[in-house]
Design a protein around this ligand. Structure first.
Ligand code: ASP
Length: 291
């Protein structure tokens, strides 16, 4: 492995429920994480690696994002995603976009090819089409129930998300997050995932991706709140613990992954479980769903 420091972490959502078997998702997370590690070891940019990892998870159908997303209360899938490039504080997002294969890549294009941070709904889809992004074809055939979610939970706010954070060998940080949101959500509902500072954050010191019922992460300004606490002197783990405690205080739960400029990784949750994986310049890859 490389002599230069790098670090990577991903999550597959904090909606994991005890007693269920997530081994296929764990196998997939290991594969994506090994690939991400190898790319970082070869000098890839953090921004490219987080986009790659999230896109792989979106396309897999194993998580509540991209292919694994469920219809809203009006019967169709709406997707949210965001990405942030730490060194230049650039960000891009899409919300309530329909039927593109990789919303995270559309979010990146919003960042790189428009003066805006977020495009939403019909405008986001029109932009994706104009830019030539792949669409899902027939939604009914494309979308699939992700592993660990039962049919009877579609109405009860079951949720999941995917996200990734990375530090590359140039010392640059990036974060990306993508979701199908909460099952049975109202048409037009936007969670924390596409909101910079709530579901996603990256700057020159830290990269953060959140998962959990998004309303609580918006109300606590979760991702930026972690950053502010670290900037004020808290350790990464303490900052995340405090923000998750705030989320809990409001009635929610979830998880947060983060990496800092020293390559320290934290993956902390206060829900039943969080699918997650990490790797750094050593050889081993960590993968888990529960404690
Ligand atoms: N945060 C996502 C949302 O509220 C869901 C999740 O992370 O499980 O849309």
């Amino acid at each position: 492995m490389s002599n230069k420091r790098f670090a990577f972490a991903l999550h597959g959502g904090a909606g994991a429920r005890s007693g269920r078997d997530y081994s296929v998702a764990e196998y997939h997370m290991r594969d994506v994480t090994e690939n991400a590690r190898d790319r970082l070891a070869s000098g890839a940019r953090a921004l490219d690696v987080v986009e790659y990892a999230v896109a792989q998870m979106e396309s897999s159908g194993l998580y509540v994002a991209g292919r694994g997303s469920a219809p809203n209360s009006a019967g169709y899938v709406e997707l949210d995603a965001s990405i942030m490039d730490g060194p230049v504080s650039a960000a891009g997002a899409v919300s309530c976009i329909r039927d593109v294969v990789n919303p995270i890549s559309v979010a990146r294009r919003v960042m790189e090819a428009t003066p805006h941070v977020m495009l939403s709904g019909a405008g986001a889809l029109a932009f994706a089409r104009a830019q030539g992004f792949e669409e899902v074809g027939e939604p009914k055939k494309y979308y699939t129930l992700p592993i660990g979610v039962n049919e009877d939970e579609i109405e009860d706010q079951a949720h999941g998300t995917v996200g990734a954070v990375a530090l590359d060998t140039s010392g640059e940080l990036a974060a990306a997050t993508s979701t199908g949101g909460t099952f049975g959500k109202l048409e037009g509902r936007v969670g924390d995932t596409p909101i910079i500072g709530a579901g996603t954050w990256a700057d020159s010191e830290i990269a953060i991706s959140c998962t959990g019922t998004g309303e609580y992460f918006i109300r606590t300004g979760a991702a930026l709140s972690v950053e502010c606490r670290v900037r004020a002197g808290a350790s990464l783990s303490r900052a995340i613990d405090e923000v998750l405690a705030d989320v809990r205080h409001l009635g929610g739960d979830g998880g947060i992954i983060a990496v800092d400029s020293m390559g320290r990784v934290e993956m902390i949750y206060n829900s039943e479980g969080m699918k997650r994986a990490s790797a750094d310049s050593g050889d081993s890859v960590f993968v888990a769903t529960f404690d």
